[in-house]
Design a binder for this molecule. Structure first.
Ligand code: ZN
Length: 313
Protein backbone atom coordinates (compact mmCIF):
# COMPACT_ATOMS: atom_id res chain seq x y z
CA UNK A 1 0.00 0.00 0.00
CA UNK A 2 1.24 3.45 -0.88
CA UNK A 3 1.66 6.20 1.69
CA UNK A 4 2.82 9.68 0.72
CA UNK A 5 4.61 12.05 3.07
CA UNK A 6 6.39 15.39 3.16
CA UNK A 7 7.36 15.71 6.82
CA UNK A 8 11.05 16.19 6.02
CA UNK A 9 10.15 19.61 4.61
CA UNK A 10 10.31 21.08 8.04
CA UNK A 11 8.20 24.12 8.66
CA UNK A 12 10.01 26.36 11.13
CA UNK A 13 7.77 27.34 14.04
CA UNK A 14 8.55 29.68 16.90
CA UNK A 15 9.31 28.09 20.27
CA UNK A 16 6.16 27.11 22.15
CA UNK A 17 3.94 27.17 19.04
CA UNK A 18 0.85 25.07 19.74
CA UNK A 19 0.90 23.06 16.52
CA UNK A 20 2.33 19.55 17.12
CA UNK A 21 4.52 19.40 14.00
CA UNK A 22 6.44 16.39 15.36
CA UNK A 23 3.44 14.10 14.89
CA UNK A 24 4.06 13.67 11.17
CA UNK A 25 7.56 12.33 11.57
CA UNK A 26 6.50 10.14 14.50
CA UNK A 27 3.72 8.60 12.44
CA UNK A 28 6.09 7.84 9.57
CA UNK A 29 8.50 6.15 12.00
CA UNK A 30 5.72 4.06 13.54
CA UNK A 31 4.41 2.97 10.17
CA UNK A 32 7.91 1.96 9.08
CA UNK A 33 8.25 -0.01 12.29
CA UNK A 34 4.83 -1.66 12.55
CA UNK A 35 3.50 -1.84 9.00
CA UNK A 36 6.39 -2.94 6.79
CA UNK A 37 4.01 -3.60 3.89
CA UNK A 38 3.30 0.12 3.57
CA UNK A 39 5.51 1.76 0.96
CA UNK A 40 6.48 5.26 2.16
CA UNK A 41 7.03 7.70 -0.68
CA UNK A 42 7.96 11.35 -0.92
CA UNK A 43 5.22 13.47 -2.42
CA UNK A 44 5.87 15.80 -5.33
CA UNK A 45 4.65 19.37 -4.92
CA UNK A 46 1.34 20.31 -6.52
CA UNK A 47 1.77 22.74 -9.42
CA UNK A 48 0.16 26.18 -9.74
CA UNK A 49 -2.16 24.78 -12.40
CA UNK A 50 -3.29 21.97 -10.10
CA UNK A 51 -3.78 24.28 -7.13
CA UNK A 52 -5.82 26.63 -9.34
CA UNK A 53 -8.47 23.90 -9.72
CA UNK A 54 -9.62 24.85 -6.22
CA UNK A 55 -7.76 28.07 -5.35
CA UNK A 56 -7.68 31.68 -6.55
CA UNK A 57 -4.51 32.50 -8.54
CA UNK A 58 -3.87 35.60 -6.41
CA UNK A 59 -3.91 33.51 -3.25
CA UNK A 60 -1.58 30.88 -4.74
CA UNK A 61 0.85 33.67 -5.73
CA UNK A 62 0.67 35.33 -2.32
CA UNK A 63 1.55 32.04 -0.61
CA UNK A 64 4.41 31.43 -3.04
CA UNK A 65 5.85 34.94 -2.63
CA UNK A 66 5.13 35.48 1.04
CA UNK A 67 3.00 38.54 0.27
CA UNK A 68 -0.13 37.52 2.12
CA UNK A 69 -1.40 40.39 4.34
CA UNK A 70 -0.40 39.86 7.99
CA UNK A 71 -3.98 39.30 9.12
CA UNK A 72 -4.54 36.60 6.52
CA UNK A 73 -1.23 34.97 7.48
CA UNK A 74 -2.24 35.01 11.15
CA UNK A 75 -5.50 33.31 10.31
CA UNK A 76 -3.52 30.40 8.87
CA UNK A 77 -1.66 30.16 12.17
CA UNK A 78 1.82 29.49 10.72
CA UNK A 79 4.41 32.19 10.03
CA UNK A 80 5.31 32.43 6.34
CA UNK A 81 8.54 30.89 5.13
CA UNK A 82 9.63 29.28 1.90
CA UNK A 83 9.50 25.98 3.72
CA UNK A 84 5.89 26.64 4.72
CA UNK A 85 4.94 27.31 1.10
CA UNK A 86 6.82 24.23 -0.12
CA UNK A 87 5.34 22.03 2.56
CA UNK A 88 1.81 23.17 1.75
CA UNK A 89 2.32 22.24 -1.91
CA UNK A 90 3.82 18.89 -0.99
CA UNK A 91 0.92 18.08 1.27
CA UNK A 92 -1.50 18.66 -1.61
CA UNK A 93 0.79 16.64 -3.87
CA UNK A 94 0.63 13.76 -1.39
CA UNK A 95 -3.16 13.61 -1.55
CA UNK A 96 -3.07 13.90 -5.34
CA UNK A 97 -0.59 11.02 -5.60
CA UNK A 98 -2.62 8.90 -3.18
CA UNK A 99 -5.79 9.61 -5.19
CA UNK A 100 -4.26 8.34 -8.43
CA UNK A 101 -3.09 5.17 -6.72
CA UNK A 102 -6.40 4.62 -4.93
CA UNK A 103 -8.26 4.69 -8.25
CA UNK A 104 -6.14 1.68 -9.31
CA UNK A 105 -5.54 -0.13 -6.03
CA UNK A 106 -8.64 0.75 -4.02
CA UNK A 107 -6.91 2.37 -1.04
CA UNK A 108 -4.01 4.81 -0.56
CA UNK A 109 -3.28 7.63 1.87
CA UNK A 110 -1.44 10.78 2.85
CA UNK A 111 0.47 10.89 6.15
CA UNK A 112 -0.66 14.51 6.49
CA UNK A 113 -3.30 16.48 4.56
CA UNK A 114 -6.98 16.87 5.24
CA UNK A 115 -6.49 20.63 5.43
CA UNK A 116 -10.19 21.30 5.24
CA UNK A 117 -10.32 24.83 6.68
CA UNK A 118 -8.64 26.28 3.58
CA UNK A 119 -11.01 28.20 1.28
CA UNK A 120 -10.41 29.03 -2.37
CA UNK A 121 -8.92 32.39 -1.50
CA UNK A 122 -7.76 32.12 2.10
CA UNK A 123 -6.21 29.78 4.60
CA UNK A 124 -7.33 29.18 8.17
CA UNK A 125 -6.74 26.98 11.20
CA UNK A 126 -3.33 25.53 10.17
CA UNK A 127 -4.61 24.92 6.63
CA UNK A 128 -2.94 26.67 3.68
CA UNK A 129 -4.32 24.80 0.66
CA UNK A 130 -7.27 22.42 0.57
CA UNK A 131 -5.61 19.19 -0.55
CA UNK A 132 -8.83 17.22 -0.87
CA UNK A 133 -10.53 19.93 -2.95
CA UNK A 134 -7.58 20.14 -5.33
CA UNK A 135 -7.25 16.36 -5.61
CA UNK A 136 -11.00 15.83 -6.11
CA UNK A 137 -11.10 18.33 -8.97
CA UNK A 138 -7.91 16.99 -10.51
CA UNK A 139 -9.20 13.42 -10.41
CA UNK A 140 -12.37 14.63 -12.16
CA UNK A 141 -10.23 16.26 -14.88
CA UNK A 142 -8.03 13.19 -15.33
CA UNK A 143 -11.00 10.83 -15.28
CA UNK A 144 -12.83 12.85 -17.94
CA UNK A 145 -9.70 12.81 -20.09
CA UNK A 146 -9.27 9.06 -19.67
CA UNK A 147 -12.91 8.56 -20.48
CA UNK A 148 -12.39 10.29 -23.84
CA UNK A 149 -15.48 12.39 -23.27
CA UNK A 150 -17.76 9.38 -23.64
CA UNK A 151 -19.88 10.35 -20.65
CA UNK A 152 -20.88 13.87 -19.81
CA UNK A 153 -21.20 13.13 -16.11
CA UNK A 154 -18.17 14.06 -14.01
CA UNK A 155 -16.54 11.60 -11.62
CA UNK A 156 -18.78 11.54 -8.55
CA UNK A 157 -16.78 12.27 -5.41
CA UNK A 158 -17.79 12.04 -1.75
CA UNK A 159 -15.83 13.68 1.06
CA UNK A 160 -16.34 11.91 4.39
CA UNK A 161 -14.86 14.37 6.86
CA UNK A 162 -14.64 12.91 10.37
CA UNK A 163 -12.17 15.42 11.75
CA UNK A 164 -13.79 16.88 14.87
CA UNK A 165 -13.83 20.35 13.31
CA UNK A 166 -16.23 21.22 10.52
CA UNK A 167 -14.86 21.03 6.98
CA UNK A 168 -15.87 24.62 6.27
CA UNK A 169 -13.39 25.32 3.47
CA UNK A 170 -14.30 22.13 1.63
CA UNK A 171 -18.03 22.82 2.04
CA UNK A 172 -17.60 26.34 0.67
CA UNK A 173 -15.47 25.30 -2.31
CA UNK A 174 -17.98 22.64 -3.39
CA UNK A 175 -21.18 24.51 -2.62
CA UNK A 176 -23.53 24.11 -5.57
CA UNK A 177 -21.28 21.48 -7.19
CA UNK A 178 -23.48 18.42 -7.54
CA UNK A 179 -20.58 16.18 -8.53
CA UNK A 180 -19.04 16.39 -5.05
CA UNK A 181 -20.94 15.42 -1.90
CA UNK A 182 -19.53 16.86 1.31
CA UNK A 183 -20.26 15.13 4.61
CA UNK A 184 -18.92 16.56 7.86
CA UNK A 185 -19.39 14.98 11.29
CA UNK A 186 -18.10 17.43 13.88
CA UNK A 187 -18.37 19.01 17.29
CA UNK A 188 -21.24 21.50 17.38
CA UNK A 189 -19.45 23.85 19.77
CA UNK A 190 -16.00 23.62 18.22
CA UNK A 191 -14.02 25.67 15.69
CA UNK A 192 -14.96 27.01 13.15
CA UNK A 193 -17.60 29.03 14.93
CA UNK A 194 -19.12 30.19 11.64
CA UNK A 195 -19.76 26.95 9.83
CA UNK A 196 -20.44 26.57 6.12
CA UNK A 197 -23.27 24.33 4.96
CA UNK A 198 -22.01 20.96 3.70
CA UNK A 199 -24.29 18.62 1.76
CA UNK A 200 -24.64 16.79 5.06
CA UNK A 201 -23.62 18.21 8.43
CA UNK A 202 -23.89 16.16 11.60
CA UNK A 203 -23.26 18.04 14.83
CA UNK A 204 -22.10 16.24 17.95
CA UNK A 205 -22.45 17.46 21.54
CA UNK A 206 -19.44 18.01 23.81
CA UNK A 207 -18.42 14.82 25.58
CA UNK A 208 -19.89 12.54 22.89
CA UNK A 209 -18.89 8.91 23.60
CA UNK A 210 -18.30 5.86 21.38
CA UNK A 211 -21.89 4.56 21.03
CA UNK A 212 -23.38 7.94 20.14
CA UNK A 213 -20.50 8.77 17.85
CA UNK A 214 -20.73 5.49 15.96
CA UNK A 215 -24.50 5.73 15.70
CA UNK A 216 -24.23 9.23 14.25
CA UNK A 217 -21.72 7.93 11.71
CA UNK A 218 -24.02 5.05 10.76
CA UNK A 219 -26.91 7.41 10.13
CA UNK A 220 -24.70 9.76 8.16
CA UNK A 221 -23.52 6.94 5.89
CA UNK A 222 -27.15 5.85 5.36
CA UNK A 223 -28.10 9.37 4.35
CA UNK A 224 -25.10 9.64 2.06
CA UNK A 225 -26.14 6.41 0.37
CA UNK A 226 -29.69 7.63 -0.15
CA UNK A 227 -28.58 10.90 -1.69
CA UNK A 228 -25.42 10.18 -3.67
CA UNK A 229 -23.55 7.45 -5.54
CA UNK A 230 -19.82 8.15 -5.17
CA UNK A 231 -17.17 6.70 -7.47
CA UNK A 232 -14.32 7.98 -5.29
CA UNK A 233 -14.21 8.74 -1.57
CA UNK A 234 -11.93 11.09 0.33
CA UNK A 235 -11.83 10.17 4.00
CA UNK A 236 -10.52 12.66 6.55
CA UNK A 237 -9.62 10.39 9.45
CA UNK A 238 -9.05 13.12 12.05
CA UNK A 239 -7.64 11.84 15.34
CA UNK A 240 -9.08 14.82 17.20
CA UNK A 241 -12.41 13.27 18.28
CA UNK A 242 -10.23 11.26 20.73
CA UNK A 243 -10.94 11.77 24.43
CA UNK A 244 -7.32 12.80 25.03
CA UNK A 245 -7.35 15.60 22.46
CA UNK A 246 -6.67 19.16 23.62
CA UNK A 247 -9.06 20.68 21.10
CA UNK A 248 -11.59 17.94 20.40
CA UNK A 249 -14.14 18.28 23.25
CA UNK A 250 -15.43 14.74 22.52
CA UNK A 251 -14.80 11.51 24.44
CA UNK A 252 -14.21 8.89 21.77
CA UNK A 253 -11.77 6.14 22.77
CA UNK A 254 -9.09 4.46 20.67
CA UNK A 255 -11.44 1.51 20.22
CA UNK A 256 -14.17 3.90 19.10
CA UNK A 257 -11.89 5.56 16.56
CA UNK A 258 -10.76 2.22 15.23
CA UNK A 259 -14.39 1.07 14.89
CA UNK A 260 -15.09 4.32 13.06
CA UNK A 261 -12.22 3.78 10.63
CA UNK A 262 -13.25 0.18 10.06
CA UNK A 263 -16.82 1.26 9.34
CA UNK A 264 -15.75 3.82 6.74
CA UNK A 265 -13.26 1.53 5.00
CA UNK A 266 -15.78 -1.30 5.07
CA UNK A 267 -18.57 0.89 3.71
CA UNK A 268 -16.38 1.82 0.74
CA UNK A 269 -15.13 -1.74 0.29
CA UNK A 270 -18.63 -3.27 0.30
CA UNK A 271 -19.52 -0.95 -2.55
CA UNK A 272 -16.10 -1.30 -4.26
CA UNK A 273 -15.55 2.45 -4.15
CA UNK A 274 -11.87 3.50 -4.12
CA UNK A 275 -10.94 5.46 -1.01
CA UNK A 276 -8.19 8.03 -0.42
CA UNK A 277 -7.51 8.99 3.15
CA UNK A 278 -5.72 11.83 4.92
CA UNK A 279 -4.84 12.34 8.57
CA UNK A 280 -6.38 15.79 9.18
CA UNK A 281 -6.26 17.01 12.80
CA UNK A 282 -4.93 15.53 16.02
CA UNK A 283 -3.75 17.48 19.04
CA UNK A 284 -3.38 14.93 21.81
CA UNK A 285 -2.45 16.18 25.26
CA UNK A 286 -0.18 13.19 24.94
CA UNK A 287 1.10 13.20 21.37
CA UNK A 288 1.38 9.40 21.47
CA UNK A 289 -2.42 9.21 21.56
CA UNK A 290 -2.66 11.13 18.31
CA UNK A 291 0.01 9.05 16.63
CA UNK A 292 -1.51 5.80 17.91
CA UNK A 293 -4.95 6.75 16.57
CA UNK A 294 -3.39 7.53 13.20
CA UNK A 295 -1.33 4.34 13.17
CA UNK A 296 -4.52 2.40 13.86
CA UNK A 297 -6.13 4.08 10.85
CA UNK A 298 -3.23 2.91 8.71
CA UNK A 299 -3.52 -0.60 10.10
CA UNK A 300 -7.19 -0.78 9.14
CA UNK A 301 -6.42 0.75 5.74
CA UNK A 302 -3.77 -1.87 5.16
CA UNK A 303 -6.26 -4.66 5.79
CA UNK A 304 -8.70 -3.24 3.29
CA UNK A 305 -5.94 -2.65 0.77
CA UNK A 306 -5.15 -6.37 1.04
CA UNK A 307 -8.76 -7.23 0.27
CA UNK A 308 -8.72 -5.02 -2.79
CA UNK A 309 -5.60 -6.70 -4.13
CA UNK A 310 -7.26 -10.10 -3.85
CA UNK A 311 -10.07 -9.08 -6.20
CA UNK A 312 -7.97 -7.24 -8.77
CA UNK A 313 -7.80 -8.98 -12.14
ZN1 ZN B 1 -9.59 19.11 13.46
Amino acid sequence: MHAYYADHFVLPLPEGHRFPMAKYRLLRDRIAQHLPGVSLQVALPASDRELALAHAPDYIDAIADGTLPPLAQREIGFPWSEAMAERARRSVGATVAASRVALHEGVAGNLAGGTHHAYADKGSGFCVFNDVAVAARLMQVEWARGDGGRTARPLQVAVIDLDVHQGNGTAHIFRGDHSVFTLSLHGARNFPFRKEPSDLDVELPDGCTDPDYLQALEQALDTLEQRFAPQLIFYLAGADPHEGDRLGRLAVTHDGLEARDRRVFDWAWQRRIPLVFAMAGGYGRNLDDTVLAQLNTWRVAWQYHQRWQNVRP
